[in-house]
Design a protein around this ligand. Sequence first.
Ligand code: HPA
Ligand code: ZN
Length: 348
Amino acid sequence: MIDFDAIPRAALPALLRRMPKAELHIHIEGSLEPEMIFKLAQRNGVKLAYPSVEALREAYAFTDLQSFLDIYYAGASVLLKEQDFFDMAFAYLERAAADNVVHAEVFFDPQTHTDRGVPFETMIVGLEHATRRAKAEFGLSASLILCFLRHLSEDAAFATLEQAIPYRHHFIGVGLDSSERGHPPEKFARVFARCRELGLHVVAHAGEEGPPAYIETALDMLKAQRIDHGVRCVESPALVQRLARERVPLTVCPLSNVKLRVFDTMARHNLPALLEAGLVATLNSDDPAYFGGYINTNFVETFAALPQLGARHAYQLARNSFDASFVDAAQRQRWVDQLDAAFTAAAH
Ligand code: HPA
Ligand code: ZN
């Protein structure tokens, strides 16, 4: 038994940083730092709409999800070659390892690239190579999850799946991202059914800006195993009860939620209520280059703004990240043992 009450509040920031954790909601294109955007633009002869790194960073003043997505897709336009995808992913994985992320399940948006003429193979080979190098250099395990863009048609998603099938062994699952409002999960029911037949894991963004009903249809029609964001579930008490009962993980991203105005301030974030309701909530960075921080910054800023969160919640969030991952039970247990050791040491 870990004596959480023996861990002083002053020790929390260091413990949050030090504890082993999994990151389950990170869009690799959202890890593209302005410096890397400029470096790749120069390397590839791509003209950018911003004169400098500083000018680009200043444009990161978002009012909602769509205002972010417009800049995020523009930033991704510098990615052309296999080496570009490798450099982007390896930089993220190196940064994640420094935050004591021991496992990452990483989203990528193939349509953002194939629609610009980048071959599917160029992208996935670069990304996969980076995950292999990170395993060798940092011992960080990483898997890829292919996301369909929900503002595009289901036929376009089927065409992307067709292109992905030769690389089936390079990714573990599929997700659904981009503009949520007006694009409910049920729009993609047939393509997700096909993905399940292929043995792919299924996740979906739902209940970020969209209503609780989108969380329900992600579960019922897509058979989503995790819900990305999901914070609007609290508007439906029956849904909260169901998520708790079925132990459906939510991959919550607090800095993202504040930047995209899902919550006015961090102090108003509903993470404490989600944990209080017994939900399998996890904490993640979403698009760290755009939202002001990687996973440890999310942990430290969230706990600083919400005094009701303490060591017990820190442990629960890290524990949930392993329980919610698509990793076998034996490997999960090894990470949970490391987590227990970190908290036992902190309580002495
Ligand atoms: N929501 C939807 N689509 C996205 C996001 C997000 O937070 N980040 C990157 N694509
Ligand atoms: Zn996201």
